[in-house]
Design a protein around this ligand. Structure first.
Ligand SMILES: Nc1ncnc2c1ncn2[C@@H]1O[C@H](COP(=O)(O)OP(=O)(O)OP(=O)(O)O)[C@@H](O)[C@H]1O
Ligand SMILES: [Mg+2]
Length: 402
């Protein structure tokens, strides 16, 4: 399987971000962040960020105890910027406990050699230390000791959406769960984009959407987050960072970043949910390597059956899948102005949770006779569901503005 790779290209330096904020691995970085509720950017020192954070400052020894010295069998994942380990803390005191006692946590240990390490760590402490929402992963604490930079998160029992969509050994997600995940992730992103927060997340992708025991999604990894444009500005200019296959074309081409770049990446995640295919497939011809380019012809022709994830085994409501395809297509429009705002994406997705879109489960064979003899027949049962009459063809277009 091919992995999407991080785009890290130094391009235009920012008009709104002072060059000092691009400094890495300095213990006294300054940082531009939005003042929530006001339309001005503030410069904050690292000390101010750490002081303002609602998360706990851990020592390295505490985190060593919580993970049994980062034992390899506690490793739960690895990304471009470091390894993630599980550990245990006492729920009340947040001190390290014996494995299996207290609450489970996830600790990300940033790679020392990572060029972006310190800046990403500080960005994450900055944003997650202040922004709280049920669809953002909770930052319990952080550690900065010598060269070491660590982040301590709530443990997300079901790991990343990426694992659930693409790992062969994992049970495929059913339709209702896919919509639940899309709605929750959209809620988190709308919260970030709202006028009080004005944060551009910049790293929307399936591996950054983590799932709890009940498949509630939470956005993680705020290392690339950025204050959105203020006043009359439509974008901030910045170095191009993100992940191939997910990054918006105008951002890749110019470095101009707006919330609509997040909408594009979110649209790519919707396409992944719909098709079960990865955002980037390097085994394909260059013109078809991104999911957007390979699915666009089918989306334009409304040939949903050519793109829908076969792992759904046909168990999805056609109208809702049609609406999801249309929404994903709008989110991934080449022109940023044509993409809907996240608030609209969210309300469209919420409508897809309407029970009228529920997948009808056929009764098991043996149960059919019993059901017809014991349950009085409702006149409604004589009518086939209109959803079923559409067959493979997408005959009922769903307007996202409905
Ligand atoms: N809070 C958490 N709870 C449970 N598992 C987690 C948690 N955070 C991360 N993980 C696991 O660790 C993996 C690696 O996460 P990480 O954010 O380091 O990398 P990534 O998102 O895959 O890639 P990138 O470095 O490009 O962001 C995730 O895919 C997930 O499986
Ligand atoms: Mg991640």
């Amino acid at each position: 399987m091919t992995e999407p790779s991080k785009v890290v290209a130094s391009r235009t330096s920012s008009s709104s971000v002072p060059s000092s904020s691009l400094a890495t691995c300095s213990t006294a970085s300054t940082f531009t962040m939005p003042s929530y509720g006001e339309n001005t950017n503030l410069q904050r020192t690292e000390d101010e960020i750490l002081l303002a954070s609602s998360s706990k400052a851990f020592t390295l020894n505490e985190l060593k105890s919580a993970t049994r010295n980062f034992r390899p069998d506690n490793l739960i994942g690895e990304g471009g910027f470091g390894c993630v380990y599980k550990g245990w803390l006492d729920e009340q005191t947040l001190t390290a406990t014996r494995p299996g006692n207290g609450i489970m946590i996830a600790i990300k240990k940033l790679k020392l050699e990572s060029f972006q390490g310190h800046k990403e760590w500080l960005t994450e402490v900055n944003y997650l230390g202040q922004l709280q929402h049920p669809n953002l992963v909770k930052l319990i604490g952080y550690c900065s000791e010598g060269e070491n930079r660590l982040l301590v998160y709530e443990y997300m029992a079901r790991g990343s959406l990426e694992n659930h969509l693409f790992k062969r050994s994992v049970q495929p997600l059913d339709w209702a769960t896919r919509i639940k995940v899309a709605v929750g992730a959209a809620r988190g992103l709308s919260f970030l984009h709202n006028p009080d927060s004005q944060v551009i997340y910049r790293d929307v992708k399936a591996s950054n959407i983590l799932l709890d025991q009940d498949f509630n999604p939470k956005l993680s990894d705020f290392g690339l987050a950025k204050a959105g444009p203020t006043g009359d500005l439509t974008h901030v200019s910045t170095r191009i960072m993100g992940t191939q296959g997910y990054a918006a074309p105008e951002y890749l081409a110019t470095g101009k970043l707006s919330a609509k770049a997040d909408v594009y990446s979110f649209g790519v995640v919707l396409l992944e949910l719909l098709s079960g295919r990865k955002a980037l497939d390097r085994t394909k011809a260059v013109s078809e390597q991104t999911l957007v380019s390979s699915l666009r012809p089918w989306l334009n022709m409304l040939k949903l059956h050519r793109i829908i994830d076969p792992k759904l085994e046909g168990k999805y409501p056609k109208k809702a899948a049609d609406a999801l395809a249309l929404l994903a297509s709008r989110c991934t429009a080449d022109r940023a102005q044509l993409r809907p705002p996240m608030s609209e994406v969210l309300s469209t997705l919420e409508r897809l949770q309407d029970p009228k879109f529920a997948v009808k489960q056929p009764l098991p064979r043996g149960e059919m006779g019993k059901a017809s003899s014991s349950v009085p027949k409702s006149p409604l049962r004589c009518h086939r569901s209109p959803l079923r009459q559409t067959g493979n063809a997408i005959s009922n277009r769903y307007s996202a503005s409905k």
